[in-house]
Design a protein around this ligand. Structure first.
Ligand code: GDP
Ligand code: MG
Length: 765
C-alpha cells in the first residue's frame, strides 16, 4: 500500500485533514503540540487504498524537539511515497520555511495550501500556478475544515507518487552551493540516501549529522575559515536560515493578493488583540480564568442554579407524584443543566432496577436477585449515571480549547510559573489531564528536558480526570445532604483547586530538589480565535462517551461483580447476604488501620472498612470507588432498617454515600480527606502503564512511591487542618487558609530572593 505523510507547522490543520481523509476521530486542538505521536489511517477513494500518516507539527527539520525528530526520521527512514506539506494560507511565509527544507529531500512533495476558506472570506486571492512554478512541485488549494478540494489533493498526490523526485534547494549563494555540492558528492560516495539534505544539514552543524559523519566535518571547518559575514560570523546555520527567509520574502510575498481594505484588516487584528489584552492580562487574565472555571462547574453540578434559592426565590416541583418529581427542582432551587441530566438518568435507572427487582421477587433465589439488582445493575448504572455530567464538563473544556482560549491560559500560566522553574509547555499536558491522564502523559513528549518531563508526569493525576468526578460528586452531595451544610458544586470546585495547588506545590518542590533543570523557552504562538466547530466538539464528546461506556461494561462491571461476591460470601464460600463475616470485611479490616491518620480508618464504627476497600478498588479504575459504595451501600441499606428510613426520603442518587456516612459515622472532614486521597493517590491501571512507558528508565518505582506519599501526607494534612474547624466555625477556614497561603508564598519568595542574592554575591566574589 502506498503511504502519504502529512507534514506541516503546528496548528496548520493536519489532523483535521487527516480525520476528513481517513474518517477517523483523532484529537484536533486549537493549540500547537496536540499531535505528538504519528497516527495512521487509510484513504479509500483512489484506484488503490493509500495509508495516510499524520506527523507531529514542526517548524523545521532540525533536531531540537522530539516532534522534529519523529517527523524527520519518518520522512528520511521510512521513505513515504509522497509528502503532503500542509501550509496555512493565512500565514504563508512562515509556513514555507519548512517547505524549503522538505524540498531538499528526494521524495515527491505536494503542497496543500490550507485554510483557503479564511482567505476567501477575507477576499484575498492566491496565485497557485505562480507558487507551484516557484517551488517546483504541485500546489493544491484546500480547506480541511470545509472539506473543499480534498479529493483533488489526493489525486495530485497520487500522480506525484508515481514518479521519483530529486531534491533541490532554493539556496543560491555561490560559495555555499559549492560546499553543499562537495558534501553531496561525498555523501553519494558513502552511499547515503538524500545526499543534498544531509549535505545542507551537515553544513548547518546539525547535531545528528555531525555525530554520524565526523569524517566530513573537516570540509565544513575549512569552509568556515573563508566566510566573511558581518552579522552571523561563521555560523552557517544562521546564514542558511537567513537566506531561506530572504528567499521566501523576495519570491513569495507576491503570490497572495490582499484585498485592498487595509484598515478593515487592522480593525480585525486589533479586535483580537484587544481581546487578548484582557484575557492574557497579568491580573484580569487569571481572574477571568478562575471565574470561567467556576461557572463551568456551577452549570454542571449546581443544585441551586445561580444561587437563586439561596437568595430567596422559591420554586415548587412539577410532575408531582411521578418518579420525575425532582427532575428540575431540588429543595426549592432550580437544578443546573448538568444536574437535570444527571437526575433524569438516575431516576430512569432507579425505575428500571425497581421493575427488574419486582419481576424477580419470589421467582428467583434471593441471592440471585441481590446479585442482579444490587450488584450488576446498581454498579453499572451508578457509573453510567455520571456520563451526562462528565460529557457536560468535557464539552466546556472542548469549547475553551477549540476557541483558542486554552492556549491563552497556558500563556498566562507560563508567565507566572516560569519563575519557579516550569515552562508553559508543561501546562498543556496538565490541562489535558482534566480529561484523562493517559493522553496527557503521552503529550509530555513535547517537553525537551527529561526532569521537567518526569516531574510533569508525576503531577498529571492531580488534575482530576473524568473518572474521578463520580467520587467528587457523590461524596460532596453526601456531605451536603447528610451534614446539611455547604454547596455540592463549591465543594467539587474546591477539590479541583486542591488538586491544582497540590500539583504546583509538588512541582516546585521537585524542581528545586530532585528534579532540577533548565526551563526550555516557551515558544508557542497564540492560535487565532475562532468559533468552536460543532463537528469537532461532537468528535471529542463521542470519543469520551465511547471510552467511558466501554469501561463501564468491561472493567468496572467485572470489578463490581467481584466486589459483590467478596462482600456477600464468607471465607467458607457460603452465601451470607450481609457483610458480617464476609471476605471483604476480613480483608478491609486488615488494611483499615492504615487510614486512621486520614480520618477514614479505625475511628469509623460498623462498616468502616468500606472506605479502605473503596480506596483499594479505585486503583483498578477510579470509577470503582463509587461502584463499590453503591454495591456495599445497597447491602448496608438492606441490613440496617434505621438507615433505610433516614435516606428513603431522598431521591437524588447520592444515597449510597449517605448510607456510608451514616453507617460508619465518618466526619465531614474525613469525607473530604477521602476525596483528596483518591485524587492524589496512584492513578488507575491505564495511567500507570502509560507513566511506566513514558518515564525515563528507573523512575517508575519512585513515581509510585511519590504518589503514595503525596496522597497520604496530603490527605492527612487536609484532615488535620479541617479538624480544627467545626461546621459552625468553618467560615473561618477561608481567611485562615488564605493567611497561611500568603505566609507560605511570602516565605517562598523570601527564600528565592535570598538564594539569588547569595548567588550574586558568589559571582561577584
Ligand atoms: P494540526 O495541529 O496541524 O494537527 O491542526 P488541527 O487539525 O488540530 O487544526 C488546528 C485548528 O485549525 C483547529 O481549530 C481546526 O478547526 C482549524 N482548521 C483546520 N483546518 C482548517 C481550515 O481549512 N479552515 C479553517 N478556518 N480552520 C481550520
Ligand atoms: Mg494535529
Amino acid at each position: 500500500m502506498k503511504r502519504f505523510a502529512l507534514a506541516g507547522n503546528p496548528n496548520c490543520g493536519k489532523t483535521t485533514l487527516f480525520n476528513n481523509l481517513t474518517g477517523s476521530t483523532a484529537h484536533v486542538g486549537n493549540w500547537p503540540g496536540v499531535t505528538v505521536e504519528k497516527k495512521d489511517g487509510v484513504y479509500k477513494k483512489l484506484k488503490e487504498h493509500v495509508a495516510i500518516i499524520d506527523l507531529p507539527g514542526i517548524y523545521s527539520l532540525s533536531p531540537y524537539t522530539s516532534e522534529e525528530v519523529i517527523s524527520r526520521n519518518y520522512i528520511l527512514d521510512e521513505k513515504p511515497d509522497c509528502v503532503i506539506n500542509i501550509v496555512d494560507a493565512t500565514n504563508l511565509e512562515r509556513n514555507l520555511y519548512l517547505t524549503t527544507q522538505l524540498l531538499e529531500i528526494d521524495v515527491p512533495v505536494v503542497v496543500a495550501v490550507n485554510m483557503m476558506d479564511v482567505l476567501d472570506k477575507n477576499g484575498d486571492t492566491l496565485d497557485v500556478d505562480e507558487l507551484s512554478k516557484k517551488l517546483g512541485v504541485p500546489v493544491v488549494k484546500v480547506s480541511a475544515l470545509k472539506e473543499n478540494n480534498l479529493d483533488d489533493l489526493m489525486k495530485v498526490a497520487y500522480e506525484a507518487s508515481l514518479n521519483e523526485r530529486k531534491g533541490h534547494t532554493i539556496l543560491d549563494d555561490k560559495d555555499l552551493l559549492h560546499l553543499i555540492g562537495d558534501l553531496s558528492i561525498a555523501f553519494k560516495g558513502k552511499k547515503v540516501d538524500n545526499p543534498l539534505f544531509h549535505a545542507i544539514k551537515l553544513a548547518e552543524g546539525d547535531e545528528i549529522e555531525v555525530k554520524d559523519h565526523k569524517d566530513l566535518m573537516e570540509m565544513v571547518s575549512e569552509f568556515k575559515k573563508t566566510i566573511k559575514n558581518d552579522i552571523f560570523g561563521d555560523d552557517i546555520e544562521a546564514i542558511i536560515a537567513d537566506k531561506r527567509y530572504n528567499y521566501i520574502a523576495d519570491n513569495f510575498s507576491s503570490v497572495i493578493t490582499r484585498k485592498e481594505v487595509v484598515d478593515e484588516k487592522e480593525v480585525k487584528s486589533t479586535k483580537s488583540d484587544r481581546i487578548d489584552k484582557v484575557l492574557t492580562h497579568k491580573v484580569w487574565g487569571l481572574l477571568i480564568f478562575a471565574v470561567i472555571l467556576f461557572f463551568v462547574f456551577h452549570l454542571t453540578f449546581a443544585e441551586d442554579l445561580f444561587f437563586l434559592h439561596a437568595f430567596g426565590v422559591e420554586f415548587t416541583p412539577c410532575f408531582e407524584g411521578s418518579i420525575y418529581e425532582g427532575l428540575f427542582w431540588s429543595d426549592g432551587g432550580i437544578a443546573s443543566p448538568g444536574v437535570m441530566l444527571f437526575n433524569f438518568f438516575d431516576m430512569s435507572f432507579g425505575a428500571i432496577i425497581e421493575a427488574v427487582g419486582g419481576a424477580m421477587e419470589g421467582n428467583v433465589p434471593v441471592w440471585f436477585q441481590g446479585f442482579i439488582c444490587d450488584g450488576v445493575l446498581a454498579g453499572l448504572f451508578a457509573i453510567l449515571g455520571f456520563l451526562p455530567q462528565i460529557l457536560f464538563l468535557f464539552l466546556f473544556f472542548s469549547i475553551m480549547e477549540d476557541t483558542g482560549y486554552m492556549a491563552r491560559v497556558a500563556f498566562i500560566l507560563d508567565r507566572i510559573f516560569r519563575k519557579f522553574g516550569l515552562s508553559g509547555r508543561a501546562f498543556i499536558p496538565m490541562i489535558m489531564g482534566f480529561g484523562c491522564s493517559v493522553p496527557a502523559m503521552i503529550n509530555t513528549r513535547t517537553l525537551a528536558d527529561e526532569k521537567e518531563k518526569t516531574a510533569t508526569i508525576r503531577v498529571i493525576p492531580f488534575f482530576s480526570c473524568g473518572a474521578k468526578l463520580p467520587i467528587l460528586v457523590a461524596i460532596a452531595g453526601g456531605i451536603v445532604e447528610y451534614f446539611g451544610f455547604g454547596n455540592a458544586d463549591v465543594i467539587t470546585y474546591s477539590m479541583y483547586v486542591v488538586g491544582i495547588i497540590a500539583a504546583i506545590t509538588c512541582l516546585i518542590l521537585m524542581r528545586k530538589t530532585t528534579m532540577r533543570g533548565d526551563v526550555a523557552p516557551f515558544i508557542m504562538e497564540l492560535p487565532a480565535y475562532h468559533w468552536p466547530q460543532f463537528k469537532s466538539l461532537m468528535i471529542h464528546l463521542w470519543d469520551k462517551a465511547k471510552h467511558f461506556v466501554k469501561k463501564a461494561f468491561t472493567i468496572i462491571l467485572a470489578s463490581t461483580v467481584v466486589i459483590w461476591f467478596l462482600s456477600n460470601f464468607g471465607w467458607n464460600w457460603a452465601y451470607l447476604g450481609t457483610f458480617e463475616g464476609s471476605i471483604l470485611e476480613g480483608l478491609g479490616s486488615l488494611i483499615q488501620p492504615i487510614f486512621t491518620p486520614l480520618g477514614f480508618g479505625s475511628q469509623l464504627s460498623a462498616f468502616g472498612f468500606v472506605f479502605a476497600v473503596a480506596a483499594i478498588t479505585g486503583l483498578i479504575a477510579k470509577e470503582n470507588v463509587i461502584a463499590t459504595f453503591i454495591a456495599l451501600g445497597a447491602i448496608i441499606m438492606a441490613s440496617s432498617p434505621e438507615i433505610v428510613e433516614a435516606i428513603e426520603a431522598d431521591e437524588d442518587g447520592i444515597e449510597a454515600s449517605i448510607a456510608m456516612i451514616s453507617a460508619t459515622g465518618i466526619t465531614w472532614q474525613g469525607c473530604i480527606s477521602f476525596i483528596a486521597f483518591n485524587m492524589l493517590t496512584i492513578p488507575c491501571f491505564a495511567a500507570c502503564a502509560t507513566a511506566r512507558a513514558e518515564l525515563p528508565k528507573g523512575q517508575f518505582k519512585w513515581t509510585i512511591l511519590f504518589w503514595l506519599v503525596a496522597s497520604y501526607v496530603g490527605s492527612a494534612f487536609i484532615y488535620c487542618f479541617l479538624s480544627m474547624f467545626s461546621k459552625e466555625t468553618l467560615a473561618w477556614a477561608i481567611p485562615v487558609t488564605a493567611g497561611l497561603i500568603v505566609l507560605a508564598v511570602a516565605a517562598g519568595f523570601g527564600i528565592h530572593f535570598y538564594n539569588k542574592r547569595q548567588d550574586a554575591k558568589k559571582l561577584g566574589a
